[in-house]
Design a protein around this ligand. Structure first.
Ligand SMILES: [Zn+2]
Length: 153
């Protein structure tokens, strides 16, 4: 190492790695996404052991690890369990800031469903707020086939 290092500051530079990838959704998520895309239906799965309805559906119950049983169709209406407001834009975000992410307990479900809120004044978002799903006009078989949840009218 030469003398030039003695007076140099140890520098740290920002970088960015972009890693595009695809993944096999599997039978449970594929069925869920197909019904969401083609019929605007939000489906959950029922666990025969703990009696919970899981949304998004899971092949195995995360609470008791047994294979889940039957499909349960949900209304698309629910209650905001908790939320956070995003005030800074990041390329990965599905909406332009400011917007809110909410953990929504869909009616008939036992797990929280993470999605965005739309058509809402962010000052009025609160826990316990009743919301309903708004489907995207063009659906592609993605979780974003639900565009967002809006306050029930
Ligand atoms: Zn279970």
């Amino acid at each position: 190492m030469g003398d030039y290092w003695r007076d140099a500051e140890n520098m740290v530079q920002p970088g960015r790695i972009k890693v595009p990838y695809t993944w096999q959704a599997g039978e449970t998520a594929s069925h869920y996404l197909t019904r969401l895309r083609d019929e605007k239906k939000i489906l959950g799965k029922h666990c025969p052991k703990c009696d919970k309805v899981l949304v998004p559906p899971r092949k195995n119950c995360p609470f008791c690890s047994v294979p889940t049983g039957g499909w349960v169709e949900l209304s698309g209406k629910g209650t905001v369990d908790t939320y956070t407001v995003v005030r800074k834009d990041f390329p990965i975000q599905p909406m332009k800031a400011p917007f809110a992410y909410a953990l929504i307990k869909l009616d008939g479900a036992d797990t929280g469903f993470l999605h965005m809120l739309g058509e809402v004044d962010l000052k009025n978002v609160k826990e316990g707020m009743r919301v309903e799903a708004v489907f995207a006009a063009e659906r592609t078989g993605s979780p974003l086939d639900i565009a967002y949840f809006r306050p029930m009218r």
